[in-house]
Design a binder for this molecule. Sequence first.
Ligand code: UD1
Length: 429
Amino acid sequence: MDRFVIEGGRPLQGEVQVAGAKNAALPILCASLLTAGQLRIRNLPPLQDVATMLRLLKGMGIRIDRGAGAAGPASEVTLSADAVDRLEAPYELVKTMRASVLVLGPMLARFGEALVSLPGGCAIGQRPVDQHIRGLQAMGADIQIDHGYLRAKAPRLHGAHITTDMVTVTGTENLMMAACLADGTTVIDNAAREPEVIDLARCLIQMGAKIHGAGTDRIQIEGVARLTGTDYAVMPDRIEAGTFLCAVAATGGSIFLRGASADHMGATVEKLREAGLSIHEQADGIRADASQRPRAVNIRTAPYPGFATDMQAQFMALNAIAEGSSLMVETIFENRFMHVQELLRLGAQIRIDGHTAMVQGVTQLTGATVMATDLRASAGLVIAGLVADGETLIDRIYHLDRGYEQMEKKLSALGAHVVRQNSSARAVT
Ligand code: UD1
């Protein structure tokens, strides 16, 4: 198991390239199941979750061509689902990555059946998939739970009017993909408006799908008989970009995020400006300058265009060393404050009351050994380590690797002192 050793206290300075968005890449990879044609996907982030998704798709019989430079992690792949022979997403893969459930809708729509492991619980909360199931049932699917698996059948899906009980990102994506090949028109009300949903819709439209309203809370899909292959570049990762912006706001300094787009970062950019970060949007990226101690900002997570739950932990680290106190309310997941206990070890002053964290900014954090508990919590701990006095050791950094491309390299290029160590040799208790 790898860990990070961070020597804190250095301002960030320089330029980094922002990767393609993980949360757009994963559903777009699944869209390959909807066509026998070749789907070429570019700007793929070389992440563990992307590798897991490719493994899952390969196991189903999808041919994956990594193009030139096949040795390293691919930033581009061509997928051909013309000989799919195993309509199954096994537990071993789904348990490591919940987004695997995104194969359900496409498989069912194109092949009429699917066997997908139920994801089970995860560190940040319950995260059921009942809305995915209900929506597909409304489209005519017969879905049974069988030994921990969803066994779904539908000779042919038909259009339906679906209103989801809550805003769900992967739920919306699963249903939107299924509806592309259903008979007739599907309307998804209370649809997620996240930019990653729009990115998936764009790719599907390029494949021949008839989708209207992606980016609004009502998406209308007119089913077509078949989709074709296409060539699509994944959007930049707004969460990775936001994480680097929080880092520079916390450490001070000046960075340029090449390839980042502020278009979809409204709430994050607004809060960072409120915290005192100066942000300049440019055609080729985002420039940010931090010349003063950040000011504390109140946060309430909400579905897009509200403040992203995936940015909450990073802002918590920022608020921990900010001037003043803040209230942070998590409304999306019930157990997404696990980084708090770790931040306390670094000297942060945070109290939790249910879904609310009260953060009293301190002038200095001090390095300590902490443990990463989930993907975005890890990012928050890295930011805290970058500002803390002395050495911070972050264990279980594999959580971070699921969603950030070589973060230690990118941070080192900005002047931070972050070293990856393989801790497998150590006695771990
Ligand atoms: C996606 C993102 C994740 C982000 C989250 C919230 C991907 C791969 N992951 O996760 O990074 O943190 O959106 O913006 O894009 N819910 C149900 N039943 C369902 C579906 C969801 O009760 O069938 C609940 C969940 O438990 C949660 C809320 O709805 O409380 C939002 O979940 P959802 O948007 O589905 O999250 P994910 O799509 O899993």
